[in-house]
Design a protein around this ligand. Structure first.
Ligand SMILES: Nc1ncnc2c1ncn2[C@@H]1O[C@H](COP(=O)(O)OP(=O)(O)OP(=O)(O)O)[C@@H](O)[C@H]1O
Length: 284
């Protein structure tokens, strides 16, 4: 990885939130440092997973890297250019390169808009033409993510959770990004649906050379997808490296605790859960 330049780089990222509540000494309100000096490098074609317990700062880091949130300090670079303070058209150009898929597909898709309007919105928002027209463009995108192209005039509520997440992925792909930041993108899905969406992400990466910054608290999912892993604890990256090295021989005490806390799914529970899922699908 080191002989290629990283696509997306974070250096010394800091984000503080001013908390509500009574001001303390000198009239200052309490401040929470959610992200505390994070360095990250995402290389072309790889998946870098950001793991850590709830509240460790993963989502805030993702939002800073995607420029959805302003930094308190530190820089974000994309393809070697500092994008930390970009606005307007320059920010749009950055957004064409870096897209986000969020956790909850239903709340991140406008329920009153058709799929066609949803997936072409990033282009129209940026004032870009939709190549080949909205209908043909949407049909092609739906096919790419494994959905029926005839469903482009449907609304989000007419899709299952897994299908809705595929629409979220299609929307991210619409602008032709090199980086997709997946912020707990498969966490809300049932395990079997999760596996299908993970396979889709893998296929898209293979076919299109995408890079993923993959935020997840589920280490089993991370094992399936990540090339490298960065472990966050209290706003800092405490350990990072190749997936097998981090999982196989964790150096930091916190990583060992995190790995030890992974619930082992008992095979018989998983078999029963799958049977229930099949039943639900058969009666749907
Ligand atoms: N807008 C905000 N205002 C105040 N505090 C915030 C805000 N956003 C995040 N935080 C706080 O920052 C810390 C880090 O949150 P963040 O969501 O980044 O963690 P996380 O590792 O992604 O956790 P989770 O997996 O639960 O989403 C938490 O203590 C959270 O409460």
């Amino acid at each position: 990885m080191t002989d290629t330049a990283p696509l997306l780089t974070a250096r010394g990222l800091v984000r503080e939130f001013t908390l509500r509540g009574r001001a303390g000494a000198f009239g200052r309100r309490p401040v929470l440092r959610a992200v505390d000096g994070v360095d990250l490098d995402l290389y072309p074609g790889e998946t870098l997973a950001l793991v850590g317990e709830s509240g460790s700062g993963k989502s805030t880091t993702a939002r800073l890297a995607a420029r959805l949130l302003d930094t308190s300090a530190g820089t974000v670079e994309f393809e070697g250019e500092d994008v930390t303070r970009r606005t307007g058209a320059a920010l749009h150009r950055f957004r064409s390169g870096v897209q986000v898929v969020f956790q909850d597909p239903y709340s991140s898709l406008n329920p009153r808009h058709t799929v066609e309007r949803i997936v072409t919105a990033p282009l129209t928002y940026q004032g870009r033409e939709v190549p080949g027209g909205a209908r043909a463009f949407t049909r092609a995108l739906l096919e790419r993510v494994g959905l029926d192209p005839d469903h482009s005039t449907r609304y989000p509520a007419q899709f299952s959770g897994g299908q809705a997440q595929r629409i979220g992925i299609a929307r991210a792909l619409a602008v032709g990004p090199k980086v997709v930041i997946c912020d707990e993108a498969v966490s809300a899905l049932d395990v079997s649906v999760q596996a299908q969406v993970i396979n889709l992400l893998r296929r898209l990466q293979r076919e299109e050379g995408l890079s993923y910054l993959f935020i997840a608290h589920d280490l089993a999912v991370v094992r399936q997808l990540a090339d490298r892993v960065a472990v966050m604890h209290q706003g800092k990256v405490v350990e990072s490296g190749d997936r097998d090295a981090v999982f196989g021989a964790p150096e930091h005490e916190y990583t060992r605790t995190l790995l030890a806390a992974v619930p082992r799914i008992r095979p018989e529970w998983e078999a029963a859960r799958r049977a229930r899922q099949r039943e639900r699908e058969a009666t749907a």
